[in-house]
Design a protein around this ligand. Sequence first.
Ligand code: PMP
Length: 399
Amino acid sequence: AFQSVPLAPPDAILNLNTLYKADTYPKKINVGVGAYRDEDGKPWVLPVVKKAECAIVEDASLDHEYLPIDGLRTFTDASAKLILGKNSPAVLENRFGGIQTISGSGAVRLGADFLNRWRKAPVYISNPTWGNHHDIFRDAGLDVHTYPYWNPEVRGLALKGMLDTIKGAPKGSIFVLHPCAHNPTGVDPTPDEWKLIAEAIRAGAHFPFFDCAYQGFASGDLDKDAAAVRYFVEEGFELLVAQSYSKNIGLYGERTGCLTIVTKSADLVPNVRSQMCKLQRASISNPPAFGARIVSMILNDEQLFAEWTQQLKIMANRIIHMRTVLFALLTELGTPGTWNHIVDQIGMFTFTGLNAAQVKVLRDTYHIYLTDNGRISMAGLNTHNIRTFAEAVDFVVRN
Ligand code: PMP
């Protein structure tokens, strides 16, 4: 029955991890996968997460019953408030509803399924974007297009191309936007640029779908990283927002996320929520409990929340520091080219501008693993390996 099934290519990023693990060279460097690493290159379980976990495990009243289809309500309500802001007009007017999902990926997929069923339209994703966006929206049945985002000449935002595409798209199209720490470029629009983007989206009666995988991780400030979403809500847009707790709380494998909808009026929320529940039931039945319990505990407790924001800053600041150090090293080495984009870009990733051939030399000769598009995860760098990394980059740029 399966003779005609061809072998699918391996996932580019996860495959890089496999290659890295198989490499026995002691000084190998992994700047491929987007996961936080500490100064010693180790995963970091946030102390506040440990605390919450212990409290959950010790709570004798907790059982392993199913959560409701839409997940843990204390989690989804707190998640919506985290991204929209407690004083958001949508929150104050009760025009929002959240569904717990299988992390950010699941939130994007549920949003895509919902739009495909109830508001079908062409979807526009940024060029480039997180690779999974292409597959998720296509598999959900939507017609996928891209809008320009990266201008290689200035190593920054392709604002004009982006606005032209928004203006030229069929009326009512869906626009997927990264509110902060754009993956893979690390380039975010400024507040003024967001205004122009919002204007163009409004003019085309398009629908904004925010994919927020890095709130707090970009700048260390949860409110600042949510500013674009909040601006759109204040401007009266209806929208979807996907949230992930993989990076900012470090719950990667616990698959903890949320899809929130903001509607024009409160009476629309139950209908939308009920249809999202129908889709959720048919795909995962109901979401997993453990990660949501951890996040709910942290978001709903003032003391734990304060601890979390401190620990979030430790991660964001270490990454920002690595940007400064890498820039200083390349300057010291006199590496040809301009490298200020390393300090200008934000979040987990730097889009270095290295090409696929240079990436291959880094991998084959220097045991340094990064994606072919030249994206590096800043979290993979630390004070022990950053000089080696800079010298390798210097070599490939010169040769
Ligand atoms: N969207 C974007 C833009 C991302 O970078 C990521 C993480 N790589 C995700 C969504 C989802 O990740 P997860 O499913 O682990 O939350």
